[in-house]
Design a protein around this ligand. Structure first.
Ligand SMILES: NC(=O)c1ccc[n+]([C@@H]2O[C@H](COP(=O)([O-])OP(=O)(O)OC[C@H]3O[C@@H](n4cnc5c(N)ncnc54)[C@H](O)[C@@H]3O)[C@@H](O)[C@H]2O)c1
Length: 244
């Protein structure tokens, strides 16, 4: 994957940071996108200290103008992207009865509309090259639902439908699109889970533990590689067997 240009959203920490590092290890030039460029700088420094190539960019992925500006700067700086990882995401949990419209809108826009916008922004270069790899970070909650997470579940289920549609539309152009569905992974996002719930995961998952970003990144690296050419439209669960 030497010198392929990869864009990773939400690359400042957690799963996005691990994916950015994995792609850099595989030889990609990685555009690490965060709400503000400064937030992705630590990921860039980690990659550079391992001998990889990366640059930080700022874009709030819920804003089309910021995506368009950042993506055209990335193309000018690094070259046309052949890999897009839609990883940025948020939660605004709450029971449906009490959910505020703003919390619904924020989650759907940041987690789902963003992937529609970023994908549109990379299609031209990918179609021109007749090659592309798109990976959307969904969730087991998008496959199974979650009490108190109607907005998040809808956004992550939406990503799965988007993934299959992109796969069907663009397969003939050498572009694949897949989703991954992580289980419970130890990051800032899951920091507030109760100790009781963490113990439930440890007891229930055959793997006997919560996941880490390092459990997720290698699969994304593979799906983003040329070797994964015949895998498209799939959602692959990485949850230590929790949902079996
Ligand atoms: N941690 C888990 O258990 C888990 C499980 C399944 C899926 N996921 C998904 O994995 C992805 C990464 O989550 P994480 O666990 O690393 O959480 P995290 O909170 O550590 O990271 C989320 C990243 O998204 C970025 N982000 C949020 N809103 C953004 C915006 N508007 N514009 C640009 N960047 C924005 C954040 O800055 C951060 O870098 C998310 O899509 C999340 O839904 C996480």
């Amino acid at each position: 994957m030497k010198d392929q240009v990869a864009i990773v959203t939400g690359a400042s920490r957690g799963i996005g940071q691990a994916i950015a590092e994995e792609l850099a290890r595989r030889g990609c030039r990685v555009a690490c996108v965060a709400s503000r460029a400064a937030n992705a700088q630590s990921t860039v420094e980690r990659i550079q200290s391992q001998g990889g190539q990366a640059q930080a960019y700022g874009a709030d992925v819920s804003q089309v103008s910021q995506i368009e500006e950042a993506f055209s700067t990335i193309e000018a700086d690094l070259g046309p992207p052949s890999i897009l990882i839609n990883n940025a995401g948020i939660t605004r949990d709450g029971l449906l009865m009490r959910m505020k419209d703003d919390d619904w809108d924020a989650v759907i826009t940041t987690n789902l509309k963003s992937a529609y916008l970023t994908t549109k922004a990379v299609l031209k270069p990918m179609m021109k090259a007749r090659y592309g790899r798109i990976v959307n970070v969904s969730s087991v909650i998008g496959l199974h639902g979650g009490a108190g997470q109607a907005n998040y579940a809808a956004s992550k289920a939406g990503l799965i439908g988007l993934t299959m549609s992109i796969a069907k539309e663009l397969g003939s152009r050498g572009i694949t699109c897949n989703a991954i569905a992580p289980g419970f992974i130890q990051t800032d996002m899951t920091e507030d889970l109760t100790e009781e719930f963490k113990q439930y995961v440890q007891k229930t998952a055959p793997a006997g533990r919560l996941g880490t970003p390092a459990d997720i990144a290698p699969l994304v690296g593979f799906l983003a590689s040329p070797e994964a050419a015949y895998i498209t439209g799939q959602t692959i669960t990485v949850d230590g067997g929790l949902m079996l």
